[in-house]
Ligand binder design. Sequence first.
Ligand code: ATP
Ligand code: MG
Length: 656
Amino acid sequence: MLIALQDITFEFGSRVILENSSWHIEPGDRVGLIGLNGTGKSTLLRIINGEYSVSKGSVNKSKNLTIGFFNQDLLSFETDESILTVGMMAFGKALELEKEIDRLTKELEHDQTEELLHQFSDALHEFEALDGYNMKHKTAQVLEGLGFTTPDLDRPYSEFSGGWRMRVLLARLILQQPDVLMLDEPTNHLDLPSIEWLERYLVGYNGAVIIVSHDRYFLDRMVNGIVEVYQQQLHHYSGSYADYEVEKELRREMQQRAYENQQDYIRQQERFIERFKAKASKAAQAQSIAKRLDKLERVEQVDNGPSKIKINFSIDKTPGKILCTLNNISKAYGANEILKNTSAEINRGDKIALIGANGKGKSTLLRIIFGMEPMEGERVPGHNVVTSFYAQHQLESLDLNSEILDELKNFGSGRTELELRQLLGCFLFTGDDVFKKIRILSGGEKARVALAKTIISQANFLMLDEPTNHLDMNSVQMLIDALDKYEGSFVLVSHDRYFVSQTANKIWEIVDGEIKEFKGTYTEYEEWKKRMAAQQTAIPAKAAATTDHKKENKPAPASNNNAAAPKGAINKEVQRELQKQQKQFSQVEGQLASLKERKARLEASLGDPATYNDRTKFAQVESEYQEVQKFIDRANEQYEQLFEKIMQLEATLVTN
Ligand SMILES: Nc1ncnc2c1ncn2[C@@H]1O[C@H](COP(=O)(O)OP(=O)(O)OP(=O)(O)O)[C@@H](O)[C@H]1O
Ligand SMILES: [Mg+2]
């Protein structure tokens, strides 16, 4: 056993965070630590890390245990060294040896005593034992897995944004290979490809891993157990997240039944007391029943989550019909061209989700729309448009010393205290919560305050960059409801597919430096993509299908509204090409499907004790797995390229 928490109780002042809870952490554990925002997950990690001490119970760790703790505080680290160097700091001992070897080599050039030679060979030996020759390679591998390009590796750490710095620090931490790796919401800083990389990396991790995450897809693939902080207790579940959900539902039902039974019992006893307390012959008995009732350990009611939002997020001024026009915008970072001479328009009532991988320039585009990013081309803001921007760094701009309610008052939205409290209620701060100091808030609580500020700003146009980061599933739902009630327009960036599907009425994607607009919800967008893929199998029906989607005017550039395309020679040519591409597309799709199937089988095998207890077998399956992944990556690339080509061809067809 690595760590044993035994019957621990922990409180902040009078507020109990954990009561009488135990947890034994074993090697090989991959635990998802879950719970609503503010239930104490980060606090628990700090208890394990030794930063907080418990008021009851004990925390025991095995001798020489090493713990690696990934959290927001790491951001205070600063250096001008390259990110490769920062990553390699994980190999402290080997790095020292490398320097020692250099020194000895120089010395040996003019002084070759026996002793020096001995020292030299010892150092080499140890260096090799520590796998020193591989440290650079390993570091590069992990950094690249987390999304850095090879040229990035030599750039100074200080040049990177907060989110990317977190990735460097995450790389360093996992390279240190601590016995217990604790990651507090690592996926907040990652995009899909790097999340998938991390999943694969951690599945094979030697020590124990504890991960706080609100991302169920991630948890589902990662963990072999769940610990939930719920009603001040730790609840243990074995298996995946899906297993947890099933089991949790059972336990909820049981708890609810136990609660109801107990309530019946209490009511009955209370009636007895009420009736007989005044009657001399029964008074003593009534009193003893009352005492017993007082001592009764109460079953808590099942927590059904927050209730629906009731207030309206009205806006002050109605803006003009067009909120913002972008004409022939180009933007590049060095050689990296993000936008190439692209145009777009945002209309009143638009609820746009900007989707796609990191690095395609989603946040940049958001800042361009907001008008705080230099670029080439023209940005024309509409009349009466009041914008408000929400991004990760908004959390940092909160005044740590003020209380939640004051923070909103100071923001000068001109609302009364009653209104503000109502609003905070919607953002899940009730009762005395509103007097909490920002300093002590959990990540999700801070995010909710910042979001509340953004939404009440009276802006009629919101820009939201990854608003669901830090939020638990209840809070995400809360935000969906709030945005639904919001009368203004917005553009948001999100990787959360559920969130996007519930909020957006238009989907934007940056493809080859161009803004592609899909007029419809995310679900419709996905269906359209599927239809596109199915189309090429029915080749004779091709022309009809194309006209079909033209009518719906879905993926096509906003400017075209032709009803029927004249079928000239060019169109025939394009049609032929289209058919060819679509055929290839369906082939690649078929390949991808079978590769994914194979990957799933290997994944299952990797998670099987019969495999992971057998080193050679594990290594074999693991390497096959890596191989399959490579194929999948390649196929995905092809898939995307074909998809883009088809989009282009279709657009030509329609406009011709
Ligand atoms: N130093 C402190 N003093 C008083 N209360 C605190 C302190 N630090 C945190 N809290 C409160 O304790 C609760 C638990 O905080 P914690 O950060 O552990 O939550 P969490 O489960 O990690 O939430 P999230 O999912 O939002 O990250 C929160 O309600 C928070 O406001
Ligand atoms: Mg937390």
